[in-house]
Design a protein around this ligand. Structure first.
Ligand SMILES: [Zn+2]
Ligand SMILES: [Zn+2]
Length: 261
């Protein structure tokens, strides 16, 4: 059995937890840790978890809303950090990684095992050193997490086909972004091929996937300035051909509660 929840999702911080349970025991990982250490600990408690329950932190890329307290959390609780060479180098260059934190280097497209969990990092276009996103599995159910991607690629769509659950970036609404108050360079960065997905692109990506086993779809990493939950929900519901109530939306403050697949 695989279950997952979010501690927070959005440009102020992202942290997702995935847990596989089998006869041998539990494996629990965080995907990103972009909150403060105290916030992370408090929100874990809200989900009934203690830091000691976490077996590993899987990092997608070095941006602060994903890697914020990765090193502090790992150092405080002796947790191993999985990340690419490029992400590690970028974090060290910014002084955001401590010597002595246990690391395991990963590469896109190369599966690794964390306890009883199978972890597949996959490469995405985003303006970071060596960004990846993840599919995690207990051997049966597969959860995909995709945020911080400028444009979809055929490779990404193949990787995400046949999932049981998908947490999918719906960063912005195109009209809200372009008519909003962000400086032009930032609008171009967000909307460019190494930025983020808007609701329409996310819906198109979703409609390109094999969705026959998909039981949960959750819109994530919504911009608080440039998007609204109802717009993201409507776009994903249209792509799924389902009622809007079936679409989950991850919240900046509350993330979302446990879901089981
Ligand atoms: Zn981000
Ligand atoms: Zn990013």
């Amino acid at each position: 059995m695989l279950r997952f929840a979010s501690l927070a999702s959005g440009s102020d911080g992202n942290c997702l937890v995935a847990q596989s349970l089998d006869l041998i025991g539990k494996t629990t990982v965080l995907i990103d840790c972009g909150l403060s250490l105290r916030d992370t600990e408090r929100r874990l408690a809200r989900l009934g978890l203690a830091p000691a329950d976490i077996n590993a932190v899987l990092v997608t890329h070095e941006h602060g809303d994903h890697a914020g307290c990765v090193a502090d959390f790992a150092a405080a609780h002796n947790v191993v950090v999985f990340l690419t060479q490029g992400t590690l180098r970028a974090l060290k260059a910014d002084g955001k990684f401590h010597d002595g934190v246990r690391t395991r280097l990963i590469r896109g497209e190369q599966k690794v095992a964390v306890g009883s969990m199978e972890v597949l990092p996959f490469t995405v276009p985003h303006d970071a050193a060596e960004p990846v996103q993840y599919v995690v599995s207990d051997g049966a159910a597969r959860l995909g997490v995709l945020t911080d991607i400028g444009i979809s690629t055929r490779h990404v769509e193949q990787t995400l086909s046949g999932l049981s659950a998908l947490v999918l970036e719906c960063n912005y609404d195109r009209d809200m972004l372009w008519s909003g108050g962000y400086p032009r360079w930032l609008k171009e960065r967000i909307g460019g091929p190494f930025g983020h997905l808007d609701n329409r692109e996310s819906a198109r990506l979703l409609s390109a996937l094999d969705r026959s086993k998909l039981k949960h779809i959750i819109g994530a990493h919504l911009s608080q300035q440039n998007n609204r939950p109802e717009l993201a929900r409507a776009a994903l519901a249209r792509a799924m051909g389902c009622e809007e109530k079936w679409i989950g939306i991850a919240d900046q403050d509350d993330g979302f509660d446990w879901r089981t697949i």
